[in-house]
Design a protein around this ligand. Structure first.
Ligand SMILES: Cc1cc2nc3c(=O)[nH]c(=O)nc-3n(C[C@H](O)[C@H](O)[C@H](O)COP(=O)(O)OP(=O)(O)OC[C@H]3O[C@@H](n4cnc5c(N)ncnc54)[C@H](O)[C@@H]3O)c2cc1C
Length: 226
């Protein structure tokens, strides 16, 4: 995105430290601490800003809940910028369409995700039917993507997409940290899992402990009746 181009330039000009593509931010002992994926998303690194220089971060799309509109009233300064043609050193060479699956996930208000608890690829129809009834996008865990059940553009998590829909429904998903980092910015997380100790319940707003093969078709039927 443009932020990836501009942030390093601005940081260098104002002498700020920069942590890009952050998925978590916190203040610890008065210092800004940022968590960001490294090594192509294979690991998460915690970055602590030291010294008195300004600290700058950019955040990974979908990692944080959307800010409320109109809660602050910033002062807007209009700058009179005059650019000559030779000042613009970036030009658009070509645009090419990408697959639609990912972009649908990015903008969906509801995401229904399936994991290895579905047992086999054909059972993913249960997830698709609930998604269809809700007008939702379909997501998946890395376990099922690696198994070839689902395409990679549906993978949610550290090495997949980051989403923050209004509602995220996790079906047969254990809630590994690498998955959660891709969806924990959702407004509401609904987990359906037969294991009451599954980690997904620690971050779920609503949890259903039960067999997904009974719970999900019943839920889909209820949604279709509304
Ligand atoms: C470097 C690295 C990067 C990774 N990146 C990602 C990533 O981007 N995204 C990602 O998802 N993972 C990622 N992973 C993998 C992650 O650690 C987990 O292995 C993965 O998320 C587990 O997928 P799962 O929840 O589908 O499977 P499992 O962990 O096997 O969980 C299946 C769940 O289904 C439940 N279940 C089984 N049967 C039923 C039933 N009948 N009814 C209800 N529930 C049932 C079980 O109780 C269990 O909780 C990464 C791992 C590493 C090391």
């Amino acid at each position: 995105t443009a932020g990836r181009d501009y942030a390093p330039i601005v940081a260098a000009r104002i002498g700020a430290g920069l942590a890009a593509d952050c998925v978590e931010l916190a203040i610890d002992d008065g210092r800004l601490v940022a968590v960001r994926p490294v090594l192509g998303g294979k690991a998460l690194s915690k970055v602590r800003f030291i010294g008195d220089d300004p600290a700058m971060v950019t955040v990974r799309s979908g990692s944080f809940p959307k800010a409320e509109v109109g809660v602050c009233d910033p002062e807007i300064e209009t700058l009179d910028v005059k650019l000559a043609t030779e000042d613009v050193r970036v030009s658009l060479v070509e645009t090419s369409p990408k697959g639609t699956g990912g972009s649908r996930l990015d903008s969906a208000a509801i995401v229904v995700s399936g994991g290895r608890g579905l047992k086999e690829p054909a059972q993913f129809a249960i997830v698709e039917e609930l998604a269809d009834a809700l007008g939702a996008a379909v997501g998946a865990t890395r376990a099922v993507v690696d198994a070839g059940w689902r395409p990679h553009h549906e993978q949610i998590g550290q090495t997949g997409r980051t989403v923050s829909p209004r509602v995220y429904i996790a079906i047969g998903v254990s809630g590994a940290v690498q998955h959660n980092v891709g969806m924990q910015g959702s407004d509401y997380i609904v987990a359906i899992n037969r294991d009451p100790d599954a980690p997904i319940f620690k971050i779920a707003s609503f949890g259903i402990v039960g067999d997904l093969f009974e719970v999900v078709p019943a839920l889909t039927a209820e949604v279709r009746n509304v």
